[in-house]
Design a protein around this ligand. Structure first.
Ligand code: AFP
Length: 342
């Protein structure tokens, strides 16, 4: 028996151990973020289990349907929202919550209030759930200026002010990708011990990729830079090979692949949706934060994505994110378009 190797295998870097290590680099820290994160992790574990059981437990039906016992069935995205809101509030470390599922922001009761604002999409890609395709939770964390006197301004901040961002993908494995502003790390849930283990330390996106990811069904309505970019992906004029197209239609899955393999994910504005489809606070910002932290970039067609300052909590924006060089190409096409006199 190789006891040395066994000892190594059991010296696991769990997500809590990782965050506590990071915390020890800031002696002034009181551990509030570690507590918040442990509640986010709890929400993710709960959802991982719920998503895995969705078919069996009939969690995928319409909200409001009843089961044979006459109990009301909760649709998975409704359940996901409830799980996250409760997990975040009970942490005692949050003051404002913005969820994709709720029209208004939630201001946490003063007795449970902490200094963090959390923006999240509890179950992104939920239209994919019925066929078992990977879905996920996306989240971003801001710090309130004054937790006893909070307002929407605390979440309507530039993406550059985010303290942390991440996503958890409920796919063939359950993977949580996190950045606290010091690189990006990926953790995989080991269901046998119920812990997220560091499996992808210090993720760096390849500088240039071979994959592009876009909903080609919208091509009829694309603007010129997007159409030119996709044309170049398919018919490169510089002698390079055409890029491959991959599109799941679940942002977490498409971005996760882009982060690990390189390439570009595009959700542009088009004639039908002049602001694109994806939401700034809990889709575009967290994913852009992760991309930049991994050495990639995120662009809106006008500016670096994290430079936006949203004016409403459910605002949408076009986004192009991924490998540094690929995003440079789309930026050049938008720059060229601006030079053309109208
Ligand atoms: P759903 O949550 O309604 O499935 O939307 C998923 C999503 O917001 C994002 O995860 C995908 O990247 C994007 O929409 C896909 O949109 P299209 O179906 O228009 O390509």
């Amino acid at each position: 028996m190789d006891h040395v190797a066994d000892a190594h295998r059991t010296d696991l870097m769990t997500i809590t151990r990782h965050v506590l290590n990071e915390q020890s680099k800031h002696p002034e820290s009181k551990g509030d973020f570690t507590i918040l994160l442990s509640h986010i992790v709890l929400g993710c574990k709960f959802l991982c289990s719920a998503v895995n059981k969705a078919g069996l437990a009939k969690l995928i039906g319409l909200a409001g349907e009843t089961n044979v016992q006459g109990e009301e069935q909760k649709k998975l995205d409704v359940l996901s929202n409830e799980v996250f809101v409760k997990a975040l509030m009970s942490s005692g470390r949050t003051c404002i919550l913005v969820s994709e599922e709720e029209e208004e922001a939630t201001f946490v009761d003063p007795s449970l209030r902490g200094k963090y604002c959390v923006v999240f999409d509890p179950l992104d890609g939920s239209s994919n759930i019925d066929c078992g395709v990977g879905v996920g939770t996306i989240f971003g964390v801001y710090m309130a200026k004054d937790k006893d006197n909070v307002s929407l301004e605390d979440v309507l901040q530039s993406g550059k002010n985010m303290l942390a961002a991440g996503y958890c993908m409920y796919g063939s494995s359950c993977t949580l990708v996190l950045s606290t502003g010091n690189g990006v790390n990926g953790f995989t849930l080991d269901p046998s011990i119920g812990e997220f283990i560091l499996t992808h330390p210090n993720i760096k996106i390849p500088k240039k990729g071979k994959i592009y990811s876009i909903n080609e069904g919208n091509a009829k309505n694309w603007d010129t830079p997007t159409a030119k970019f996709v044309e170049k992906c398919k018919f490169p004029k510089d002698g390079s090979s055409p890029k491959s197209l991959r599109y799941v239609g679940s942002m977490v899955a498409d971005v996760h692949r882009t982060l690990l393999y390189g390439g570009i994910f595009l959700y542009p504005a088009d004639k039908k949706s002049p602001n694109g489809k994806l939401r700034v606070l809990y889709e575009v910002f967290p994913m852009s934060f992760l991309m930049e932290q991994a050495g990639g970039q995120a662009f809106t067609g006008k500016q670096q994505a994290l430079d936006m300052v949203p004016t409403n909590i459910h605002q949408r924006s076009p986004v192009f994110l991924g490998s540094y060089d690929d995003v440079e190409e789309i930026k050049a096409l938008y720059d060229a378009e601006e030079m053309i006199p109208t």
